[in-house]
Design a protein. Sequence first.
Length: 267
Amino acid sequence: MTTSGHEISEAAGFLSRAKRVAVITGAGISAESGLRTFRGAVNADLPADMRALWKEFDPATLATPEAFGRDPAMVSKWYDWRRLGCLAAEPNAGHASLTGLQERMEAGGGEVVVLTQNVDRLHQRAGTRGVVELHGTIMEWRCTRTGTRMTPPDVAFEHYPVASPYAEGGLLRPDVVWFGECLPEAAVRAAARAAATCDVFLSVGTSAVVYPAAGFLLEAKEHGAYTIEVNPESTPASGVVDASLRGTASAVLPRLLAAAFEKGATL
């Protein structure tokens, strides 16, 4: 189903009057840059050893501290391959639209806070500032003994597991939130504050099933925010939000922003 111009216009009206906007993004926006979703099917572009690994294991079983403890070499190699894929990807029109929204609103004294479940840092590469990374980032790795973070070079590590340069006997692991681990407290606080104080809350490319991230939309709605979902398919949030706009982020967001801020825009 394609979103109509009337649906865009109604949501754009609320966005144009907003002073504070919160946005949460999920895997869908990065999928448009060629990054497969975490539970996506096996693709031919995977290296042979990674294809075998993907078929043999549920990726969720690799994303745990226990998996890293059992086989740090395998888990590190898996995440390093994903890191290189993120580096090869480019931000798309959805990312660029959110950067443009932030710049426009800040110029008028407003605020846009982008919360993301993604670990690829495509928002930052598109120019968005102050991104709240709820699940950490694959672009930084940290020492298992000291917690010291570092940004690896833009090439694969030479050996797996990756020895930490910060502590003898320590290893480097991706600075992402694995299953069974808590989300960063500072990120959760920032997200809750943005949800509770925004005039408009946008949910973009997320399945709306992973908590606590999925709860921020409900929190925003409870505090009186106008809520908008942008997703090609229906999600559990579709029946809750004020406007459910069908389509990809790169297709819908430019139309939404044009309708909100550009006079005479064609929808």
